[in-house]
Design a binder for this molecule. Structure first.
Ligand code: URA
Ligand code: SF4
Length: 217
């Protein structure tokens, strides 16, 4: 009997990613047409990374949220506002960072048609599919330090055994796509917003970002 591979096994952004040597504008333009996994179908648009390719710091989140999906820019909603505040307080200039997500399309569910869109965590398969975009961004920006925002970003960059509670606020040195990288993991800013003790959670995020600021020098 002939067995056919389920098409979802083949989810990958790879055929849409331009070869090495292209700039950020070309990369972003190509990503706008990515059909590497089914997430592009229901989302409004690809939300690619933002910032200068000369940035010393790269921040990696999970996936765009509702606001990001509408505006086409990462971290412009409530989580982004909180993140900006924490970055500034830690002495890191948000304008001098490149900010992106592990997954470039918004994944959501709706309880009823026309009702509010509720964020849904991307699957490992979708994260893996979208990985070539993050790899291309890393190759282009060559950051001195990566701040890993939460479990999805951690799994995308460091593998599925990543546990944010075990490594947050520490400087990790890892080989990623053949390049030695330094990374500081922390919680996702949305987790701070959801926390029962927001102030304590915020102080935790801030302390981790201060580790990143010191590591960057
Ligand atoms: N959460 C993320 O992980 N990324 C965004 O861009 C917005 C919210
Ligand atoms: Fe492509 Fe990533 Fe969007 Fe999937 S989530 S369609 S891999 S850009």
């Amino acid at each position: 009997m002939v067995t056919t591979k389920a098409p979802e096994d083949a989810y990958t952004a790879e055929p849409f990613v331009p070869g090495p040597g292209v700039g950020l504008t070309a990369l972003r333009k190509a990503a706008a047409g990515c059909r590497g996994c089914p997430l592009h179908r229901d989302a409004t648009q690809t939300v690619f990374g933002e910032g200068k390719t000369s940035a010393r710091l790269m921040l990696v989140g999970e996936q765009p949220g509702d606001q990001e999906d509408r505006q086409g820019k990462p971290f412009v909603g409530p989580a982004g506002k909180l993140l900006d505040r924490a970055l500034e307080e830690a002495g890191l200039d948000p304008a001098d960072a490149y900010i992106t997500n592990a997954v470039k399309h918004f994944k959501f569910t709706r309880t009823e048609p026309r009702k509010r869109r509720i964020h849904k965590a991307p699957s490992l398969r979708e994260m893996t599919a979208c990985g070539p975009w993050l790899a291309a961004e890393l190759a282009l920006v060559e950051p001195e330090l990566i701040v890993v925002l939460g479990a999805t970003a951690g799994k995308a960059l460091l593998g599925s055994s990543f546990r944010v509670t075990e490594v947050r606020g520490t400087v990790l040195e890892r080989d990623i796509h053949g390049r030695p990288e330094r990374l500081v993991p922390t919680v996702h800013p949305s987790a701070v917003l959801r926390s029962d003790d927001r102030e304590q959670a915020y102080q935790g995020l801030l302390a981790d970002l201060e580790v990143a600021a010191r590591a960057l020098g």
